[in-house]
Write a protein that binds this ligand. Sequence first.
Ligand SMILES: NC(=O)C1=CN([C@@H]2O[C@H](COP(=O)(O)OP(=O)(O)OC[C@H]3O[C@@H](n4cnc5c(N)ncnc54)[C@H](O)[C@@H]3O)[C@@H](O)[C@H]2O)[C@H](O)CC1
Ligand SMILES: [K+]
Length: 488
Amino acid sequence: MPRHIMSVTEMKAADAAAVAAGTPATTLMERAGQGAADAIRARWARRPVVIWCGPGDNGGDGYVIARHLRRRGWPVRVEALAPPASTSCRWAAERWRSEVHALNPAVTPADLYIDALFGAGLSRPLEGAADDLARAAEGLSARIVAIDTPSGIHGDTGRPIDGRALAAALTVTFHRRKPAHVLAPGRAACGEVEVIDIGLTDVAAGTLFENDPSLWGARFPWPSTDAHKHARGRLLVVSGEAWSTGAARLSARAGLRIGAGVVTLLSPPGALAINAAHLEAVMLAPFETDAELAERAANAAAAVIGPAAGLGEATARNLTALAGTGAALVVDADALTSFAHAPDQLFARLDRDDVLTPHPGEFERLFPGLLKSAPERIAAARQAARQAGAIVLLKGPDTVIAAPDGRAAVNLNGAPWLATAGSGDVLAGFIAGLAAQGMDSFDAACAGAWIHAECGAAHGPGLIAEDLPGLAPAVLKRLWDQRANPLP
Ligand SMILES: NC(=O)C1=CN([C@@H]2O[C@H](COP(=O)(O)OP(=O)(O)OC[C@H]3O[C@@H](n4cnc5c(N)ncnc54)[C@H](O)[C@@H]3O)[C@@H](O)[C@H]2O)[C@H](O)CC1
Ligand SMILES: [K+]
């Protein structure tokens, strides 16, 4: 089952739906608090703990956690920012039946801290004692467990509303992740995220998902037993000029590794010898004009254009020629920047099978001001996909994939090792290689990004882009083994 990422509003609607269906809000709070206490006990042995409780239901969770930890013999001290202001918080505080101290903004010495000040209801910047506490708690995150979200981080953006926020080693949230758990800087502030099931349904969920095999695994283009190479799709990759051929070869090799049946590198005449010297299974063919490119692409299922393709008119013409064929395009790097002066000309040539793979700088050139004006990068990528009429994969530690129809997914497995020259060329090849095998372009972009990140995480320090294609088989093998019994 695909895992939704839900907004604060959608979560509140899921909450309300459960209550309307007969589950009291206090029961949801009891499940949340008990689940959080269990997650805490699974990671830390009994030790002195201070629980910071806010006035709302986030605080209510804190009182429930206090009760469950004390029942297991933990030495618990509850400190309240303010008296309970919600019905459920009052209910939870009454059942705590022990002393409640005033919040000590200088941080009472303890071994572990539970941040139950604010969660989904954060509506303004931290102030007063809460802000003082956030300052005093800086550097303590290794000993903080945040409930729902680190206080100060807004659930829908992953950013502090304004000013300070707490950070945690573990964040326990409920039912589904929110954008705050997957978008920088909230993703880092959360530390490890654990999602507790409290019996809600996805009735209120939208079309934003965690990017993992549960989203696209069922549609992964495994070859049929009688497959032959042409049945697995033809992929074209456009090479740059003589001194700029490595990037396209990285894409081509990645396309082959991910399973495309036949991959052809289309090379300007001046780069043929250099390309030929480096190729084995990837085939090579010359092109000089955009018309020749279109001719070569006539029976290609997918094509990559952009990696070191060269900036300017020639690349723009070559893209235009490819866009006129039936091939699904993956447009990266120079092919994106070559339209910076006239993004609408690019968008007019694209269709929903095509995939743009900009990093934030390229995104800004094609969608000036959008990253800054959108509430966060998911909204920005969704708006861009609508504007371009194509799939937009906005790269970063929190890569977002968005389709013109509103579907979007966020990569959770990004690894810092991927920040190396040529990594994007390989990603473009993975995506196009999957599209060449007939995978829907949104699914191909999601699967390509997930596999790319898994390869990076598998290798770790010292990764260079040349390593990436060779790391794909192990990831594909895991997917292949799981296909029989997909992840829950
Ligand atoms: N379905 C679920 O996800 C469940 C979530 N639970 C918990 O409920 C909270 C959300 O509770 P809510 O009362 O809506 O909001 P908060 O407790 O986060 O805070 C609201 C409270 O705080 C005041 N406030 C907001 N911002 C500030 C600020 N900067 N300074 C001071 N005061 C502030 C606001 O006025 C309210 O009084 C969710 O996070 C979960 O932890 C349920 O327990 C189970 C189901
Ligand atoms: K919190």
